[in-house]
Structure formats: structure tokens, C-alpha cells
Design a protein around this ligand. Structure first.
Ligand SMILES: [Zn+2]
Ligand SMILES: [Zn+2]
Ligand SMILES: [Zn+2]
Length: 464
């Protein structure tokens, strides 16, 4: 088995691990750059100071060429830093075994893409550690409380990491591993530092006091108990009746709070959450509830890690008078109405579904896949008119809307597009497969059709 090359960061004091020929030692972060390039794994060793070890971990994880590589500790450096390293190891054999597993998986990922995109760095990191997860860490004094320190470092920029991770989840690259916490945020400014306060139900003042009241049966009035106390007996301050017996002369009403600001008496105070950041007051049910999760890489995330993200490759197709899907369907609806009134002018909708590019990209490489799709988009551009518009749904499904195109015209265009399949195949020696479905009004129009129905019908045809 080929030896791995370890770079060991030596702290001061006794080392935990013995010297080995395949371990190169460095004692300063400045020396890192010279050795990091060919290193397969990293190790921290020695007694301290821990702060130096922390800096080293951050350096490894923030460089694109070392960020996903194995990194081991001799002892825990604290919860936050342990999240950034692979694990604490008790022997070099253990480190070697673990490093081999991680590196074998890293060899499968597209190394160049690590430099290009933070999405890719995070996916590659998780891909190399299939049993690992992206875990949140608690920063109690920050507005959002939870952060993802590993993701922050891999991102290599000061962006909104929480939003980024959410986006990766929405795109299907990450899945929830476990629910860690549920927090409530100010609906105004998203800060979690909330002060729950009891306030007057009438004026909202916080200046309320809990008091015992007395209700005089003779005159029916209510007042604080202390106003009724005279020497050693109770007398009503309003009607001067002496109150002897609880239950027959007086009782204690349910109200037990009074407001020093407005004098209002009430049974239970309102509870509101006041934001420490922006001072907005919200009822507890108005607060934003946020789940804090740890995440795992999904199957589609694993594919992306191997071939790089293909989002941008499909996006090359958006150079054909692209409009957003919502506008596209509006336009189609309008053209259908127009077509029903002036049926002599045809209207054609073409749907093209490209085969999944991931396996293709795995086979011929990302760069050639980009060339292929770019070339195809260029050809398509030559075939359509400036009045035709396109949109893209479901990553690889391209829609072309061709006003004033009848069935004969649609056939000509379909044939030319089909020929592109052959051209693309000849150019690179690989087939790029796509399916096509067409709708032409008025011929294919079914009573009650609208854009959504027609597009759903064509999608069905593409899948059959
Ligand atoms: Zn009040
Ligand atoms: Zn009274
Ligand atoms: Zn706020």
C-alpha cells in the first residue's frame, strides 16, 4: 500500500505520537504553505498552547487544497474545534486507517472544482466522510445563536452561512440528519435575544405589581388590602364599614395585579417577547420558529461531489431568449387566448428534456460536458427567432415557445433539433441524449387547456 504523507504541527511539550519517516513536522504556521501541497493528512501533536492548534486547524480548513483532507488531534481541543477536525486518535495506526478511508473517497471527487466553488468544497468534505454530518455549534452571544463553524471555514468568505446551507438543502444536496434545537426569533429583525416580560393588559406598561385586593360586600368596591388595614382590624376606606369575616363581609377578588401607570387591575398579565436588538414586542405566537438541524449529504449531493455542480452547466441553456418560468406560463396563456381568436396563426410549444448530465460528466469530464452543452446551446440559438422565448424547469427541461409557428413549421424545427443530437455526438464521440415533445395550437388544443395543463401533458409525454 502506498504510504501517506502526514504533516504534523508540533506544539510545545511532549509529543503523543512517535516520529516516522512519512511524517513531516512543522512548528510554525508560516512553514505550512511549503508542505501542505503534497500532504495527504494533517496531525496536531504536543501539549500546547491549544490556541496555536486551533489556528492550525483553521488554516487547514480554509485553504481549498487542504480543506477536505483528514486532520487528527491527540486530545480534544474543545467542542467547537473538534467539529473542524476529523477525530481524536489514540495511535498513528488509527490515524492512518482513517486517513486512507477519507483519501480513497476524496480521490473520487473532482479536485479542480474545490478551488472554484464553496458548494463543492462542502459537498466534497461530506462525501469523503459518509458517516459524518455538518453539525451546528452554539454561540450564545450572537443574534442567531447557532452557527456552522466548519461551513464558515469551507466557504472561505464572510457570507450568510445559514442561508447558504438552507439553499443547499432546498437544492437537494443536503438532507436533515437530526433536529438539534428549536429557537424563536424576533419577526422584525431575526434576533434570538428575546426578553419575555409581563405587561399591563390595558396599557402595556411593564410597571405592574402583584397585589392582594379586598372586595367590600357592603359598598361593592375593590381596593388594595393595605388600604383596608386600620390599626389591627380591617375597615373599608370607601364606606367605613368594619370588615370582620372573610366570606360574609368581604372577599378577595380574582384580580391580583395592578398597573402603576394606568391603575388598571387584572387577573393575569400579558406576556410579550421584547427583542433586545430592535425593541419590537411580539406575542409569543408571532415569533419566528426556527429548527436547527445537523445535515448529511444526500444522494444527489454525492453525485455533485463527484462531478461538480451541474447547475451552471444546465444554465448554459438559458441563453435562448430566456424568461423566468412564471412569466413564460403567463405569456403562453395569453398566446393561447390569442390563438383561439385568430386561429389561422399557429402557436407551438416545444419541450426538450436533456438526459441527466451527471453520468456523462463523470465519463467525459466536466470541462467537455460544458463544451458540449455550450455548443448545443449555440446551435439552438441559430435555429430560433428573436421572437421565440425559452424557459427552463426541473434543471434539465427546456421549453421553447414559438409564436406564429404552425404544425408544418414545428416539424421542420423539431427535425433540425433532432439533427443536433447527431452533431453533438460526432463532435465529442459521445451521445447527448434528449427527448422532445411538441404542442401546436389550434390542432392539439383540447377544450379547457391552459399553459399549466399543456405543460403538464408534454412533461408526461417526455417521461413516457
Ligand atoms: Zn396599565
Ligand atoms: Zn365598602
Ligand atoms: Zn428584533
Amino acid at each position: 500500500m502506498e504510504e501517506l504523507r502526514f504533516v504534523r504541527f508540533r506544539l510545545k511539550g511532549e509529543t503523543f505520537f512517535p516520529d516516522r519517516p512519512w511524517i513531516s513536522d512543522i512548528t510554525s504556521l508560516e512553514a505550512f504553505a511549503d508542505l501542505a501541497d503534497g500532504a495527504d493528512a494533517f496531525l496536531i501533536d504536543g501539549e500546547g498552547p491549544v490556541a496555536d492548534g486551533r489556528e492550525f486547524i483553521r488554516l487547514v480548513r480554509s485553504r481549498w487544497d487542504s480543506c477536505a483532507k483528514p486532520l487528527f488531534l491527540p486530545t480534544s481541543l474543545g467542542e467547537e474545534d473538534d467539529l473542524l477536525a476529523d477525530c481524536v486518535v489514540s495511535s498513528l495506526d488509527e490515524a492512518l486507517g482513517r486517513a486512507r478511508e477519507i483519501n480513497a473517497r476524496l480521490a473520487e471527487v473532482n479536485g479542480e472544482a474545490l478551488r472554484e466553488s464553496k458548494d463543492f468544497r462542502l459537498l466534497a468534505y461530506l462525501f469523503a466522510r459518509p458517516d459524518g454530518a455538518l453539525r451546528p455549534y452554539r454561540y450564545p452571544f450572537t443574534p442567531q445563536v447557532y452557527g456552522y463553524p466548519l461551513a464558515d471555514l469551507l466557504a472561505g468568505e464572510n457570507g450568510d452561512t445559514l442561508f447558504w446551507i438552507q439553499t443547499l438543502k432546498e437544492r437537494g444536496f443536503l438532507t436533515r440528519a437530526s433536529l438539534v434545537d428549536r429557537i424563536r426569533l424576533c419577526p422584525q429583525c431575526a434576533c434570538s435575544h428575546l426578553n419575555y416580560i409581563d405587561v399591563c393588559t390595558n396599557c402595556g406598561s411593564i410597571d405592574i405589581v402583584r397585589r392582594e385586593f379586598i372586595h367590600c360586600f357592603t359598598c361593592g368596591r375593590v381596593g388594595p388590602s393595605e388600604d383596608f388595614v386600620q390599626e389591627n382590624h380591617l375597615r373599608c376606606p370607601f364606606c367605613s364599614t368594619r370588615l370582620r369575616h372573610l366570606g360574609s363581609d368581604y372577599d378577595h377578588p380574582l384580580e391580583s395585579y395592578s398597573c402603576n401607570a394606568c391603575g388598571h387591575r387584572f387577573i393575569e398579565a400579558d406576556v410579550v417577547a421584547q427583542c433586545f436588538c430592535c425593541r419590537t414586542r411580539s406575542r409569543p405566537d408571532e415569533l419566528t420558529v426556527k429548527a436547527i438541524n445537523s445535515y448529511r449529504i444526500s444522494e444527489s449531493g454525492k453525485t455533485s461531489a463527484r462531478v461538480g455542480s451541474l447547475e451552471d452547466v444546465y444554465a448554459l441553456l438559458d441563453s435562448l431568449n430566456y424568461v423566468v418560468p412564471a412569466y413564460f406560463t403567463q405569456l403562453l396563456d395569453w398566446l393561447i387566448l390569442l390563438n383561439q381568436r385568430y386561429a389561422d396563426e399557429g402557436l407551438t410549444l416545444l419541450a426538450l428534456r436533456f438526459a441527466d448530465l451527471a453520468p456523462l460528466s463523470e465519463r467525459i469530464g466536466r470541462q467537455r460536458t460544458i463544451q458540449l452543452v455550450d455548443g448545443l446551446a449555440g446551435r439552438l440559438r441559430q435555429l430560433i427567432r428573436s421572437t421565440d422565448v425559452s424557459t427552463r424547469t426541473a434543471l434539465g427541461t427546456l421549453w421553447l415557445l414559438l409564436p406564429r409557428t404552425d404544425a408544418a413549421g414545428a416539424q421542420v424545427l423539431s427535425r433540425r433539433i433532432r439533427e443536433l443530437r447527431k452533431l453533438a455526438a460526432e463532435g465529442l464521440g459521445v451521445p447527448v441524449d434528449f427527448r422532445m415533445a411538441a404542442f401546436t395550437a389550434p390542432g392539439d388544443f383540447i377544450e379547457g387547456d391552459n399553459a399549466a395543463r399543456i405543460m403538464a401533458r408534454l412533461t408526461g409525454e417526455l417521461e413516457s
